[in-house]
Write a protein that binds this ligand. Structure first.
Ligand code: PMV
Length: 361
């Protein structure tokens, strides 16, 4: 799949009135991490994630008539306010995909976007933001050009477009679990788009993710910079092989209901991600002392209680506590009585295995 597979056409006649589409699209949490990219936002290794439910972005995209064709025109609103900084990133992205949607240069655009989670919660919002925008663009494309895509074609196109905005966003267009990146372990997998995981033992549809916010400040090193530091990383080759093995083992565990293998791999991936950050030539650390305290405690609690709990980390200090619905009461008690107790200004988001994006307008 390449850009030319998705090359669209411009408008044959000028737009007569504004057209609006709207999508809700969730964030996702990677269980096998994408870390390092090449070419036009292609991953150096396969990744596997769970699409969340409660943490999502709601985006409304309006195309209005415009007199002359030219560079992308965008009026960008975030949380009810015009936001020039985010708008600039969006214009750069939209301008880069005018080969896919040539009509972007023939209309005036307005994006109104809102997150269900606080902006300061430290949750990566680029996955939900870019997947919501990609879904809106694909819907608008169908309306403006009268194109008919079936459900599969539509999702893959949205995944492709989302990837160009932010790599991890391509996984959010599918419900439940999805894989992005070519791997022999999953026929049909691709570097260009994410694909849904279909062989899932029922126990893994009950996965939960409680996000414990340790710090909500902007990260000292962005994900894009982190990906860059994988170029020439002394452990890059070993990491790429390990991600392939972990993806294969995790897919097998998810298929067979093997919770112990799942726990082992999920924690191994989180620790590897942060170890790669620390061991890059220009090493950096995104974990805070509180992050280390919580993840160590989660491992101890698992040993002490036998609960099926584990942690994962994004590129930041916040902890994702992963567990299963049948142990929700015990885990809640632990979070309140044991883990959260020492966090002064904690914010906690209880999320779970999501059903995927929804078109709301
Ligand atoms: O999609 P990006 O460029 O923000 O990178 C995301 C990287 C991680 O969140 C650390 C891992 C992942 O696979 O989502």
């Amino acid at each position: 799949m390449t850009n030319s597979d998705f090359h669209g056409s411009g408008l044959t006649s000028a737009l007569s009135k504004p057209v609006t589409v709207s999508w809700h699209s969730p964030s996702n949490i990677a269980l096998v991490k994408y870390w390092g990219k090449t070419g036009r936002q292609l991953p150096v290794n396969p990744s596997l994630s769970m699409t969340l439910s409660k943490a999502y972005t709601e985006t409304r995209l309006t195309a209005s008539p415009r007199e002359t064709k030219g560079a992308v025109e965008l009026d960008f609103w975030f949380e009810g306010k015009q936001n020039a900084a985010f708008g600039k990133r969006m214009i750069t992205f939209l301008q880069s995909i005018t080969d896919i949607f040539p009509w972007l240069e023939q209309v005036s655009l307005k994006i109104e976007t809102h997150n269900t989670f606080p902006h300061s919660a430290g949750i990566a919002s680029s996955a939900s933001a870019f997947s919501a925008l990609a879904l809106c663009l694909c819907s608008l494309d169908m309306e403006l050009n009268g194109i008919l895509l079936d459900e599969n074609e539509f999702r893959f196109k949205a995944s492709y477009v989302a990837r160009l905005g932010s790599g991890s966003a391509c996984r959010s267009v599918f419900p439940g679990l999805s894989v992005w990146g070519l791997t022999k372990a999953l026929p049909g997998s691709s570097d260009q788009v994410a694909v849904p995981v279909t062989e899932i033992h029922p126990v893994f549809t009950t996965l939960r993710d409680t996000i414990i916010i340790v710090n909500s400040k902007e990260k000292s090193v962005s994900s894009s910079e982190g990906h860059n530091r994988m170029i020439g990383h002394p452990f890059a080759e070993a990491r790429i092989k390990q991600a392939g093995r972990n993806t294969a083992s995790l897919l097998e565990a998810i298929k067979t209901g093997d919770k112990q293998t799942f726990i082992r791999i999920v924690e191994n991936e989180a620790l590897t991600l942060h170890a790669l950050m620390m061991t890059s030539d220009d090493g950096f650390m995104l974990m805070h002392p509180e992050t280390v305290r919580i993840i160590s405690r989660i491992q101890e609690i698992r040993k002490e209680t036998g609960l099926d709990i584990c942690f994962t980390l994004d590129a930041g200090p916040n902890v994702h506590l992963i567990y299963f619905e049948n142990q929700i009461e015990q885990v809640n008690k632990l979070i309140v009585e044991d883990l959260d107790i020492k966090i002064k200004q904690n914010i906690r988001i209880d999320d779970f295995f999501g059903k995927g994006p929804i078109k709301v307008g």
